[in-house]
Design a protein around this ligand. Structure first.
Ligand SMILES: Nc1nc2c(c(=O)[nH]1)N[C@H]1C(S)=C(S)[C@@H](COP(=O)(O)OP(=O)(O)OC[C@H]3O[C@@H](n4cnc5c(=O)[nH]c(N)nc54)[C@H](O)[C@@H]3O)O[C@H]1N2
Ligand SMILES: Nc1nc2c(c(=O)[nH]1)N[C@H]1C(S)=C(S)[C@@H](COP(=O)(O)OP(=O)(O)OC[C@H]3O[C@@H](n4cnc5c(=O)[nH]c(N)nc54)[C@H](O)[C@@H]3O)O[C@H]1N2
Ligand code: SF4
Ligand SMILES: [Mo]
Length: 727
């Protein structure tokens, strides 16, 4: 006899990562029983990944937090009604503001907050409302030079050439097959395997620069398997070849490059010959020449970078050189062309075929550390732990963490742990007890994705074609749950301040005591969107070619020019030329000791620190393996699942080794944001270990953005015995 079911199917989209894959949510009596892809979706064509398919387990996880928690004086956590917790939290925040001023109250919005459209705008508006500059997000530890490099060099308002018709793609350290990342002008993660196959059949040439033969690199026409952290030298060499062979777009450069800069850049890359770069970067000189010619031949296509090289030494310089390749070859949309992508949700803004800016260095409020400045309404996250630890009138004393995991994800875990201890008040909004929640004074349990109305705040701008995406809540929440924005709003209500979004303040509590709805708040967030939100709602899941953006002509007096030879970067390039290895930027680096480089990577099965709690994912990876080349393992006399001590100039951790022929020799490829909240690794086989412990935010950082060295970290590797774990 078959079991009778009353299954219904609701359409929504996944928000475990930013890719926003459409999903069919199969419900049986209110329970999510299965997630399937949407086969007839015009963009995703049924694509989902293993993480998205775990949504039923995530939403019904017996260990999921379903009520607020409060820390007792004896250190244990007890359940508390969220309204009581909010009363207490608001009173404590008010007392801190009264005594120390608003800067003492900080927020950190992480990836969980970014996959939830009202979260970041509400948190940012809360900080404006209380007059606190201390607003931080994961974006400033996630390739911040993606914002600052174009700010400094000048940016093409019309954007990069389209991937859909590109002849060539230069991918510097990204891997959308696993990460669903949406790089500048390159393949992004909406149905990436099929999309790449089709584009290659149409003649797309792919050049990948990555120390690992990644899923993307396996599809490459040329794979430059660079030594970690040596991208600036390699990119300088590509530019050297392009300029030496006059392969650049001279007409475009004449019109749009600052006079004199082409020659200055040419001089600066003069001694980055293919022979030099080949030796330095560990690749073949002929491949460098072939890659430069292939990129320049185009005639269309873009260079873009991902997290790996953006977290390695000289990352801002790397981004500058990557963008310079696009400038030199004129790889931008011109008047009359249509953008592939182009977001429905941002406000309407001109898209002209011209350079805007340059705008110089970040000019926001100054951090107390490393002379760094905020920008775009945020402060640099790599300084937040020190803002918390270091006494002074501007010290941060309270922190609200909104969908993030500082202990696991911030660089320099030693400081992060110290900061969590030092806080007077730590509030965490998360559905799981994370390494950070272990230190929280209050934890608020959020509504999860399927329980809230939403739009994809990031992916909207990056969908391969103009595409509408919205979801109502499709599952009834159970428990004392608050959407992230509701926590901020409830605190604001108690502090007597308004949270003002693009469309005005979020209304106050209704007469019957109820709150505004998610949809009302979304309407306020997107009140000025280019396409009205109601139209996005109505057209959900469809292509909207009628909203494609056509590039307008340049203003006749457009005076912006690309500054491709910024003097600080040209000096840095000379420094690079004088180094033997980029690891020299780190104090304490010893070439005889730190003979390996530890590089970052994403795992298909996990989203940064998320996944350990989901059985279907934990089965795939129970630890963040230290992937190594088998030849290195032979040399060290180790085999799969042996333990190694990995030591940077700053700290050490224990890793579990796994052979990976795709990893270059003398490299360890390891995912971040694993491990415990104790600063020790005795449970490494079950929960992994934190690569962020190896990092010192004050050692080798980027002086423009504060980005710490989170990849290409110089390390030593040495086998250790099981007994060393408990010692
Ligand atoms: N060494 C090294 N360090 C890195 C990186 C690296 O490559 N190497 N990468 C950096 C990058 S790119 C990033 S973005 C940061 C990530 O930094 P974080 O965003 O701080 O880290 P995550 O682990 O993604 O934390 C997301 C949290 O959100 C929670 N969450 C999920 N869904 C929801 C929800 O609906 N509501 C709420 N309230 N919470 C939810 C999850 O349980 C999880 O704890 O790490 C950075 N750190
Ligand atoms: N499955 C999954 N998806 C994710 C995430 C996840 O944790 N899991 N995280 C999400 C987040 S927060 C982000 S920001 C995006 C990131 O998206 P991506 O940037 O595509 O991230 P990765 O897949 O780690 O790709 C980075 C690549 O850089 C390479 N690399 C490391 N160091 C260097 C170097 O010095 N030079 C060069 N050339 N390459 C280097 C690595 O080998 C790796 O292949 O992914 C998002 N998507
Ligand atoms: S790629 Fe991202 S959005 Fe798509 S199913 Fe996987 S986790 Fe969800
Ligand atoms: Mo990220």
């Amino acid at each position: 006899m078959t079991k009778q079911t009353s299954e219904t199917v609701e359409r929504s989209f996944c928000r475990i990562c930013h890719a926003a894959c459409p999903v069919n949510v199969h419900l049986d009596e209110g329970r999510v029983v299965k997630i399937t892809g949407v086969d007839d979706d015009p963009l995703f064509k049924g694509y989902t990944c293993v993480k998205g398919r775990q949504l039923p387990d995530q939403i019904h996880d017996p260990a999921r937090l379903r009520t607020a928690l409060k820390r007792n004086p004896n250190g244990t956590l007890e359940e508390i009604a969220s309204s009581d917790a909010l009363d207490e939290v608001a009173a404590k925040l008010q007392a801190i503001i009264d005594e120390h001023g608003p800067r003492a109250v900080a927020s950190y919005t992480g990836t969980g907050g970014y996959q939830n459209a009202p979260s970041h705008p509400t948190a940012a508006a809360f900080h404006r409302a209380i007059g606190s500059i201390s607003y931080y997000t994961s974006v400033t530890i996630d390739q911040p030079m993606k914002a600052t490099a174009p700010m400094r060099m000048g940016m093409w308002e019309g954007g990069p050439q389209n991937f859909s018709t590109a002849d060539v793609m230069l991918a510097i350290g990204y891997n959308p097959m696993v990460s669903s990342y949406a790089p500048y002008g390159g393949l992004q993660g909406t149905d990436p395997f099929q999309t790449l196959r089709l584009r290659k059949e149409e003649g797309l040439k792919v050049i990948v620069i990555d120390p690992r033969k990644t899923e993307l690199a396996r599809q490459a026409d040329i794979h430059l398997q660079v030594k970690p952290g040596e991208d600036p030298a390699l990119l300088a060499s590509l530019i050297h070849v392009i300029l030496a062979e006059d392969l650049h777009d001279a007409e475009f450069c004449d019109r749009w490059v600052e006079p004199g800069h082409l020659d200055e850049l040419r001089a600066a890359v003069d001694d980055f010959t293919p022979a030099y770069a080949a030796e330095r970067c560990g690749v073949d000189a002929d491949d460098i020449v072939a890659a430069a010619r292939m990129f320049a031949a185009g005639p269309t296509g873009a260079s873009g970078s991902g997290t790996g090289p953006s977290m390695s030494p000289h990352a801002s310089l790397m981004e500058h050189l990557s963008l310079s390749l696009n400038v030199l070859c004129g790889r931008f949309l011109r008047e009359g062309e249509q953008m592939d992508s182009g977001g429905l949700l941002p406000p309407a803004a001109p898209k002209r075929a011209q350079v805007i800016g340059p705008f110089g260095n970040p000019k926001g409020p100054q951090s107390r550390f490393r002379e760094l400045h905020g920008y775009n309404g945020e402060m640099p996250c790599a300084t937040l732990a020190q803002e918390i630890i270091t006494p002074g009138p501007e010290q941060v004393r309270a922190l609200i963490v909104n969908g993030g995991n500082p202990v696991a994800a911030w660089p320099d875990q030693t400081k992060s742990l110290e900061a969590m201890e030092a806080l007077e008040l730590l509030i965490v909004i998360d559905h799981r007890m994370t390494q950070t929640a272990d230190f929280a004074d209050y934890v608020f349990a959020p509504r999860l994705s399927l329980e809230r109305a939403d739009v994809p705040p990031f992916m909207d701008r990056w969908f391969r074609q103009p595409y509408a995406c919205y979801t109502p809540a499709v599952v009834e929440p159970e428990g004392d749950l608050l959407n992230d924005w509701e926590v901020y709003w409830e605190i604001a209500e108690r502090l007597g301040v308004d949270i003002t979004l693009a469309g005005g303040p979020i209304p106050h509590r209704n007469a019957d005591g109820s709150r505004p709805t998610d949809d009302e708040v979304l309407d306020l967030v997107y009140a000025k969107s280019r396409v009205p939100l109601d139209e996005v709602r109505a057209k959900n899941g469809t292509l909207v070619p009628e909203h494609a953006i056509t590039i307008a002509p340049a203003d006749p007096d457009a005076s912006g020019r690309f500054q491709i030879a910024l003097s600080d970067h040209m000096e840095e390039l000379a420094d690079v030329r004088n180094e033997t290895t980029s690891a020299e930027v780190m104090r304490g680096f010893d070439p005889d000791v730190h003979t390996f480089r530890l590089i970052s990577r994403r795992l298909k099965s996990h989203l940064n620190s998320l996944g350990r709690e989901l059985p279907g994912l934990q089965r795939k990876n129970s630890t963040n393996y230290a992937y190594m080349n088998p030849a290195d393992m032979d040399e060290l006399g180790i085999v799969d699942d042996d333990l190694v001590k990995i030591a940077s100039p700053h700290a050490e951790l224990v890793g579990v080794v796994k052979a990976a022929p795709d990893v270059r020799r003398s490299v360890i490829s390891m995912a971040h944001s694993w491990g415990s909240s104790t600063g020790t690794d005795e449970k490494v086989r079950d929960i992994g270990s934190p690569t962020n412990r190896l990092i010192d935010v004050e050692n080798g950082y980027c002086t423009i953005t504060g980005q710490a060295i989170q990849s290409a970290i110089p390390v030593s590797v040495e086998p250790i015995s099981e007994s060393a774990l408990v010692g």
